[in-house]
Each structure stands twice: as C-alpha cells, then as structure tokens.
Design a protein around this ligand. Structure first.
Ligand code: KG4
Ligand code: ZN
Length: 345
C-alpha cells in the first residue's frame, strides 16, 4: 500500500510517500522560518496562508521524486491535530479533496503519534513495549507504549513544553527564532559551571515536568549579570553562551532524571526520544550514556525527522489504513487531542 502523508499543523509543510513494503519513497519539506522570524514566533494566519502556497507545489515535487503517478497511491493521511486550526485545515482540505477525487480512503493522523513512531522510519526500529520521551515545541510527555495506539501517559509538562522553554529563553537572550537550535548553538561556546540552574520537580515523586521556572531563572540571571557587569548593563556574548549552556544542561538533566525514573518504574530498558527537542545533541548524548549504564537501547529518528515532517504522518497513516481505519468525508481538525483517545491497531 502506498500512502501520501501531509503535515501542516504548525510552521512546516511536509509531504511524503510511504510504501508498506519498501518504506519511505520520498519526502519534501518547506519551513516557514523566514515568514515568522521578524515576529519572533509563529503567526497562525501567516502559517495557514503559507501552507496553502506550498502544499500543491510540494505535492508535485514528492510525486516527481518518487517517480510515481498520483493514481498509484492507495490512501492519504493528513495531520488532524493537535495544532493550529487554520494550518491543519489547509493540509486536511487538500488531503481530503485529493482522496475524494481519486476515490481512495483518507485517514486522520495525530501529530504526536507521528512523532512518537518516527524512529520506526529508521533501519533499527524499536520493539514494543518502550518508554517514549516526546519533547516538542507544544508538548513534553513521557508515555509507556505497548503497541501502536496503546499509549499510557506517565507524565507531562504542567506548564511550558521543553521546546517552548528553549524558544522563550532564546528570545530573552536575543538569539532569534527558532530558539531551540539557536540556543543550543550558542551553548556550544559556553563554559561549564558559570551558573547553576535548578532541576525543576526532581525532588517530588512522579513523572510530571515544569519548565516555565527555568525561563524566569534565566531572566533573573541575565538581569543580575547585566547589572553587576562592566558592559554598561548589557550582556556580553560570553555571558549569553554561559547562560545558554547552564539552561540547556538544566533541561537535559531534568529530562534524563525523569526518563530514568520512568524506565525503572515500568521495568523497561527501551527508550525512544522523539519531537523537535530530540534533535538536541546534548540530550541525545546524555540519554545515550544513561541507557548504556542500564544496558538498554535508545532509539531516535534522524535529526530531520525529529522536527515536523510529512514522513512520520505518511508512516502512521499507512499503519492505520492497513488496519482498515478511515474517517468519513467531513474534516475534523482539532487544536487539542489526547493521544489516549486513539484506537489501538
Ligand atoms: O516537533 P517540533 O518540530 O514542533 C512541534 O510539534 O512543536 O518541535 C519544535 C521545537 C521548537 O521549540 C524548537 O525550538 C525545538 O523543537 N528544537 C530544539 C532543537 N531543534 C528544535 N530544541 C533544542 N535543541 C535543538 N537542537
Ligand atoms: Zn511536531
């Protein structure tokens, strides 16, 4: 079965073709970074308009890349949530209409399920059950995964998602948008031990997270350093790098502690990292060290499939269509959608 996947939940338009036999055939992606950069964050209306601009050209490109005709596909998968409603509607409308015109089924995909199963796009795929750390711009959660559609929520962020904390702290530091990669790059020039940030909620039992305090801690640190410094109340480039490093270490350390706790609780040694923050090098290497100590296995998608993409949507859509799942014609895009509502396969 060949499935066209469409991702348009936020600020990336992604299209892909996934074959149940051969795996990923082709994928194309357009990032809206330039559209939103001058505003320092995603402007929903501009996001929808940009998706509309790019969906069809990217679709032509992905079919060309795979060297197949539209009539060769057996189904279409589109992200139906969670995300920005207008952005979701753009991709869903294109997917639904094309499916109708070709007389083939279409299926809604949960964006976070796409992320969670993205490591299955790689050669070495994780075996069920596993613990998954999903760290994106909108969500941070730990789940126990028994199979496709069988997601037990172990813990989640009570306020900002990890990616959101990266983005907001980067903005405070004047590092631009998107903040996560910018802050990580700045942290590479930092010196260890200049600042000590707290590790939120590690003294409490449970697996929930809270990252908004770290952003405030960063702001207070910046103000203190600027006031005490010799740079006319401004931060030097080195100050920014040192603060970035201390912030990144705090987020990574907190995630690592909670992952270890989740693995111990579930008596499991397989860990999956997915979502945009999963592209963070420090996070990957710290979790790899931890998993080595536990004699376990760590799985993550290649960096380009950590952030939003069409491949992860095409793959999940293919799994669900193969299991006979489809939805009726009307489009039901959702800003919020719990992963526990998903049907098991
Ligand atoms: O999964 P994603 O592409 O979109 C959502 O579903 O939210 O995640 C985007 C998030 C942004 O907050 C971005 O700053 C963060 O992932 N991110 C990173 C890195 N690359 C992307 N955060 C830290 N380090 C990175 N290298
Ligand atoms: Zn995402």
């Amino acid at each position: 079965m060949i499935v066209l996947g469409i991702e348009s939940s936020c600020d990336e338009t992604g299209l892909a073709l996934f074959d149940s036999e051969k795996g990923l055939l082709a994928h194309t992606l357009h990032s809206q970074v330039e559209v939103h950069a001058e505003y320092g964050g995603v402007v929903p209306e501009l996001a929808s308009r940009d998706h509309i601009r790019y969906l069809l050209p990217l679709m032509e490109a992905v079919f060309q890349q795979a060297d197949i005709e539209k009539t060769s596909i057996d189904g279409i998968a589109y992200t139906a949530g969670p995300g920005l409603i207008g952005a979701l509607m753009s991709g869903a409308a294109v997917g639904r209409s094309l499916a109708w015109s070709l007389g083939i089924p279409a299926v809604e995909v949960h964006h976070m399920e796409g992320h969670l199963l993205a490591p299955m796009l790689e050669d070495e795929t994780p075996e069920f059950p596993f613990v998954a750390l999903l760290v994106s711009g909108g969500h941070t959660l730990l789940a126990y995964v028994r199979g496709i559609g069988q997601y037990e929520l172990l813990g989640q962020s009570l306020d900002d998602a990890a990616g959101e904390a990266f983005d907001k702290t980067a903005k405070l530091l004047g590092l631009g948008y998107p903040g996560g990669p910018a802050l990580a790059a700045c942290a590479e020039r930092g010196h260890h031990g200049c600042f000590k940030f707290p590790r939120p909620m590690i003294d409490r039992p449970g697996l929930d997270f809270s990252f908004s305090g770290l952003k405030t801690f960063a702001l207070n640190t910046m103000q203190k350093v600027a006031k005490d410094g010799t740079n006319e109340g401004k931060l030097s480039q080195q100050n920014k790098a040192d603060i970035s490093l201390a912030f990144e270490e705090a987020v990574v350390d907190t995630l690592k502690i909670k992952c270890r706790r989740a693995l111990e609780q579930q008596q499991c040694t397989n860990l999956v990292i997915a979502g945009g923050v999963g592209a963070n090098k420090r996070l990957r290497s710290e979790l790899a060290n931890m998993i080595n100590q536990l004699d376990g296995k760590l799985f993550y998608p290649r960096v380009e499939f950590c952030t939003d993409n069409g491949a992860m949507i095409a793959q999940v859509g293919c799994f669900r269509l193969m299991a006979g799942q489809t939805q009726p014609l009307e489009i039901d895009a959702r800003a919020r959608w719990s992963m526990q509502e998903l049907e098991a396969i």
